[in-house]
Design a protein around this ligand. Structure first.
Ligand code: KG4
Ligand code: ZN
Length: 363
């Protein structure tokens, strides 16, 4: 069946067409198109996502992104069997644009509307290119808004078992990157800068606090973010420069390496604890920060050491996209989870989970 996925939870307007088929309780996916219209250049002017501007950009882009996804898939609207849409968590105005579009499309085509949780969709991105592991498996979502562990049981049921108490890992990369003058969002540029810093020993003399909290599967990135920003301000004052962007390149590389090291080590130490705390068949790591080369390597090495299968989406499917929404939609649809016509968008994780639970109970 052809599933049309629509994603607009933050600052990317995305649509994709996936052809899915079920074989012996396993779902197979064939990605026919995946179109993402990024608003990065617009928000870069402000150093972060401006919600009102994001909603307006989604409204301007959604029709052409959807048309392009159908065109690239070589399909037309009438071939679509179901529409999957992100209904949260995320920015409410942004979500409403994609949701209204998806609702209208599903209604006009008389096909089911599948309500997708953005976090679960990040995990489903890994299934587009890899066979789904047998349940239970562990899912680590690392993005601009989340750093959380989930136990995934049969029927694609997610239970959070640990999370950040404040900021997400991506937020720390982006905010520190901004003070260092990196282009918004700073994650990808920080990754490259850190790679050069790690070639030397000097970065090890920069000590930042670990984001991993003791005795739990929890993180706190806000203290680390503040410590790194204070370090850059102090170093700038000492060097007599006006901003972190003007610090010598070697020092910026060292700061990036020290920050990346402490984030990667913190996440991987909790990943180890989470992995051994349950009887998991595999680990999925997904979300925008899962594109980080240092984190991918460290997580892969850990899984090899523990003898557990490690699955992560290819870099292109880590950040927000419509393919992940369609893939999660396929999983939900196979469980008979379909939205009613009064589906609303929710900013918070809790409301999204409550709604999906109510649909499961009502089957
Ligand atoms: O999943 P995503 O597209 O959006 C959210 O749901 O938040 O993640 C975006 C985040 C941003 O913080 C961005 O800086 C980060 O992913 N990111 C990276 C890398 N590429 C993107 N962070 C670290 N290293 C990267 N290579
Ligand atoms: Zn995301």
């Amino acid at each position: 069946m052809l599933i049309f996925g629509i994603e607009s939870s933050c600052d990317d307007t995305a649509a994709a067409v996936i052809d899915t088929s079920n074989h012996d309780s396993a779902t197979e996916y064939r990605l026919l198109s995946n179109v993402v219209s990024s608003q990065t250049d617009t928000h870069a002017l402000y150093g972060g996502v401006v919600p009102e501007i994001a909603s307006r950009c989604h409204a301007e882009a959604i029709s052409s992104v959807a048309e392009e996804a159908l065109r690239r898939a070589g399909t037309t609207c009438s071939d679509i069997d179901a529409v999957a849409v992100t209904f949260g968590p995320g920015l409410i105005g942004s979500l409403l644009v994609g949701l209204s579009f998806a609702k209208s499309l599903a209604s006009a085509l008389s096909v089911p509307l599948i309500p997708v949780n953005h976090i679960e969709a990040h995990s489903a991105a890994a299934l587009v290119e890899h066979r789904e592991p047998a349940a239970p498996y562990l899912s680590l979502i690392v993005s601009g808004g989340h750093t959380s562990f989930y136990r995934v049981d049969g029927e694609f049921r997610f239970t959070e078992i640990g999370s950040t108490r404040d900021d997400a890992a991506g937020e720390a990369f982006d905010k520190v990157g901004r003070v260092m003058g990196l282009p918004y969002p700073g994650g990808a540029a920080m990754d490259k800068l850190a790679a050069r810093g790690m070639l030397r020993e000097s970065y090890k003399s920069i000590r930042f606090p670990s984001p991993a909290l003791p005795d739990s599967l929890e993180f706190s990135f806000s203290g680390l973010k503040t410590a790194a920003i204070n370090y850059i301000h102090t170093a700038s004052a000492r060097a007599g420069v006006k901003s972190g962007a003007e610090l010598p390149l070697e020092l910026r590389e060292d700061i990036a390496a020290a920050l990346t090291r402490v984030i990667v080590d913190g996440i991987v130490s909790k990943l180890r604890e989470a992995a051994v705390s349950g009887n998991y068949n595999a680990i999925i790591m997904a979300g925008g920060v899962a594109a980080n080369s240092h984190l991918r390597l460290a997580a892969e090495n850990l899984c090899r050491e523990l003898g557990i299968e490690f699955i992560t989406p290819s870099i292109g499917l880590c950040a927000d996209n419509g393919a992940m929404t369609a893939a999660a939609g396929a999983k939900l649809f196979s469980q008979n989870i379909v939205a009613s016509s009064d589906l609303n968008a929710f900013a918070s994780d809790e409301r999204v989970c409550d709604y999906l639970d109510s649909l499961r109970r009502g089957r």
